[in-house]
Every structure is written in structure tokens, then in C-alpha cells.
Design a protein around this ligand. Structure first.
Ligand code: RFL
Ligand code: PHB
Length: 402
């Protein structure tokens, strides 16, 4: 039976980044991934990194290509029925964000881990967690027809929303909080130049639209669609025509269309499980929480969890101290809930959520307020570029009583 210090389930960004950071600190791990490397690298997902995520990837030694090819963005644009606002992220917060695709991060991390050919087991099926509630957890899996077992000190559940880590914990030991939204996002990737240098978020009466990008030659566009829609109902021509209709004229005239190289529909969901630690099992990233994609918090929250957990494991193996491991769940959830709130707020602000004209007037009033009030724009910007890592204990103290 093989043994390791940390068994990591899932080779998405959370699992690979954790493994890489542990490796840089002399801690041994094994990553067990259900899918092939090509499959994982082919999934088109996140595209926008908070600066703390950029710094963590640099700390992991995988920042070189990202800093060469990534695009620094200092602002975003909001367009709505009778108005427009540029949110000066850098001016309002002193921070920027970086456009660099999740597919590229997956490649950079998988290349870095490939230095040790035993570090990641791709196509590991029937992964099972055992004894995670004792000091001797182990994990078993099937690979190329043979069953294997790995003994470890800790298990990191980095296996996303549909993984097995969270559901290995009995129902009565976890609390789950969930909200589903009554619409989806239809996303298209196309090798056409982006219509603008910065991202454009559009609140239109026909529904939300987002103009994003992966590079100066590759655009990523999204439109709000019905949950029950299928990709087949959205041939390229229909997609481009609908996007065009939702854009203000100044942006619409810059739109270049072309064949979609990827097209998918994603449902929108908010989800949190509490706590994020069960004995020696730690949940990380999408395994513990999901946000609707507007505001781009999913990958960034996953990286924030990895940062907390890797530092806690390093402290444990260096000094035998369990303090940071014990604080992991509470500190991660503090940041998770703030990002949940922001993602929910931004979703309800920008989408057509109902046919209620009162709700629509409120949306437009709030957007006009953001366009004219520096305080309102700053609140958006501060959340968009990513909140800091202050733990619950660092919240403002109560004012003195007179
Ligand atoms: P992942 O990426 O889902 O990886 C989990 C991995 O675990 C594997 N797995 C298993 N392995 C072994 N045994 C099992 N039983 C297993 N079950 C599952 C899976 O195959 C997979 O490889 O989770 P992770 O690592 O926590 O990373 C989370 C991010 O991928 C996710 O939050 C983001 O993609 C969300 N997201 C965005 N986040 C951002 O920060 N910025 C964005 O701009 C952004 N845009 C998006 C997004 C997600 C989207 N989706 C998912 C529809 C745009 C979209 C459209
Ligand atoms: C993306 O490029 O996929 C993206 C960017 C910004 C968002 C959401 C998604 O708010």
C-alpha cells in the first residue's frame, strides 16, 4: 500500500494548485482525478483572476506564462437601458484583475506536476474515502483495472460540486445552503477580437449579456437564456443576433462575429456546505461552494481556500501546530459568504429576474446610483477585485459606549 502525507481528490485548479504548493514546501501528495488530462484541460470555464490568485499562482511557481500572456484590466463597464458606467477598479481600490483562462492555468499546473510522474493519477475511477474521521485516513481507487489503496495523514476534497468527498460525510454532520436561479448562461468562445479592451456587463430588458475575452484574438461572450434551452436551439447566427440586440449601439458596432469554437449552457446556482472540515477531510473550492458565474468568483474562491489550507498544512508539518488547520473552515467560510453575497447581488442586479416592472425600476435606479455615486461604485469595485483574507476575529471592534 502506498502512503503519502496528503491525498487530494480531483485535479481541477484546486487540487493541482494545492499539490503544487505542498510540493514546493516539501510535502508529499497524490492527486486522484476521475477524468483524463485532456478532458480536464478542455473544459472552458473561468477567465478572470483576482490579484491574490495571481500572487498565489506565482508563489506556486507557475506564474511565468500567465504574466507574459495575461491581460491586466483596470476597469469594467456596465451598460443599462438609459445609462452607462465605467467602474475604475484600479482608481477605486488600487488593484486590478488579470484575464487568463482556466484552461491555461490547468495546463501550467499539470505541466508543473508532471515533473513527478506519480503525483497525479488521471482516470482514477471509483475513488472512495475511508476513516477520514480518524488519524489514519485512507483512500482507494481503481486504475487500469487494478484496485489501489493509499494511506495518508489528510484528505483534501477538491472534487467539485459533483464529487464524492462532500457526500462521503453523513447528512447529519453537514448543513447545506442553496439557491437556484430561474435562468442560465449561454456561453460562446470564438476566435474574433473582443469588442472592447475591457469587459462589458449589460443589463437589457431581453436579458443579461457579458462581453469577456481570453486574449486579444479570442472572445468569450455570454447571454442570459432560459434554463430549459439547449445548445442546438442556439445556432451561431441566432446567438450573434441576440447578443447584438442586447448591446448599446456604441459597443454593438464594434462586434466582430465568427464561428463558435465552444458553446455551452450553464445553470446558475449558489451553494455552501458548512463546515468545510470533517475530521481529517478538508473540502476545497467547488466541492464546498458554488457561486453564479457573474463577478467571476468561483475559481478565485477555490484559490483562496487552497491558500488557507496549504499554509495550514505547511505549519503543521514544519512546527506540528494545528492552529491554522483548526481555523481553516471558519476563515474560509467568512470569505465564502462575502463572495456569495456579492455574486447573488450582482446576479439580481444585472439579470432579467422576473416580469415585475417594479423590480425592473429598482434595478435601473440602483445602476444609476452606481453610475453617479463613488461610494456605490467603490463597494462594487472592492468586491469585484476580491476581498482580503481577514479572519472573523479581525472584524471591526464595537464602538465604546458613552
Ligand atoms: P473543478 O474545476 O470542478 O474540479 C474538480 C475536479 O474533480 C474531479 N472529480 C473527481 N475526481 C476523482 N473522483 C471523483 N469522484 C471525482 N468527482 C469529480 C473532476 O473531474 C474535476 O476535474 O473544481 P475546483 O478545482 O474547485 O475549481 C473550481 C472552478 O473550476 C470553478 O469555480 C470556476 O470554473 C467557476 N467559474 C469562474 N470562476 C472564476 O473565478 N472566474 C470566472 O471567470 C469564472 N467563470 C466559471 C466561469 C464556471 C463556469 N461553469 C462551471 C459553468 C464560467 C463558467 C461558464
Ligand atoms: C469569463 O470570461 O468567463 C467571465 C468573466 C467575468 C465574469 C464571468 C465570466 O464576471
Amino acid at each position: 500500500m502506498r502512503s503519502t502525507q496528503v491525498a487530494i481528490i480531483g485535479a481541477g485548479p484546486s487540487g493541482l494548485l494545492l499539490s503544487q504548493l505542498l510540493h514546493r514546501n516539501g510535502i508529499d501528495s497524490i492527486v486522484l482525478e476521475r477524468q483524463s488530462r485532456d478532458h480536464v484541460q478542455g473544459r472552458v470555464r473561468a477567465g478572470l483572476l483576482e490579484w491574490s490568485t495571481v500572487e498565489l499562482l506565482q508563489e506556486a511557481g507557475v506564474g511565468e506564462r500567465m504574466m507574459r500572456e495575461g491581460l491586466v484590466h483596470d476597469g469594467i463597464n456596465l451598460a443599462f437601458a438609459d445609462g452607462y458606467a465605467r467602474i475604475d477598479l484600479h482608481g477605486l481600490t488600487g488593484r486590478s484583475v488579470l484575464v487568463y483562462g482556466q484552461t491555461e492555468i490547468q495546463k501550467d499546473l499539470a505541466d508543473a506536476r508532471a515533473i513527478n510522474p506519480d503525483a497525479v493519477v488521471w482516470e482514477a475511477s471509483d475513488v472512495a474515502l475511508e476513516s477520514w474521521d480518524t488519524s489514519h485516513p485512507h483512500v482507494s481507487f481503481t486504475h487500469r483495472g487494478a484496485r489501489h489503496e493509499v494511506r495518508c495523514d489528510f484528505v483534501a476534497g477538491c472534487d467539485g460540486y459533483h464529487g464524492i468527498s462532500r457526500i462521503s460525510v453523513p447528512h447529519d454532520r453537514r448543513s447545506q445552503y442553496e439557491r437556484a436561479y430561474p435562468f442560465g448562461w449561454l456561453g460562446v468562445l470564438a476566435d474574433v477580437p473582443p469588442l472592447n479592451d475591457e469587459l462589458v456587463y449589460v443589463n437589457h430588458e431581453r436579458g443579461f449579456a457579458l462581453c469577456s475575452m481570453r486574449s486579444r484574438a479570442r472572445s468569450r461572450y455570454y447571454i442570459q437564456c432560459a434554463l430549459e434551452d439547449s445548445v442546438e436551439q442556439w445556432p451561431d447566427d441566432r446567438f450573434w443576433a441576440e447578443l447584438y440586440r442586447r448591446l448599446p449601439a456604441c459597443f454593438a458596432r464594434q462586434l466582430t462575429t465568427g464561428p463558435a469554437i465552444e458553446k455551452s449552457i450553464a445553470p446558475l446556482r449558489s451553494f455552501v456546505v458548512e463546515p468545510m472540515r470533517f475530521g481529517r477531510l478538508f473540502l476545497v473550492g467547488d466541492a464546498a461552494h458554488i457561486v453564479p458565474p457573474i463577478g467571476a468568483k468561483g475559481l478565485n474562491l477555490a484559490a483562496a481556500d487552497v491558500r488557507l489550507l496549504s499554509h495550514a498544512l505547511v505549519e503543521f508539518y514544519r512546527a506540528g501546530a494545528t492552529g491554522l488547520l483548526d481555523e481553516y473552515s471558519e476563515r474560509a467560510l467568512d470569505r465564502v459568504w462575502k463572495a456569495m453575497r456579492f455574486s447573488w447581488w450582482y446576479t439580481t442586479l444585472m439579470h432579467r429576474c422576473s416580469d415585475d416592472p417594479f423590480a425592473r425600476r429598482l434595478q435601473l435606479a440602483e445602476l444609476r446610483h452606481i453610475a453617479h455615486s463613488q461610494a456605490a461604485a467603490q463597494a462594487l469595485a472592492e468586491n469585484y477585485v476580491g476581498l482580503g483574507f481577514a479572519g472573523p476575529a479581525a472584524s471591526r471592534s464595537k464602538p465604546e459606549q458613552a
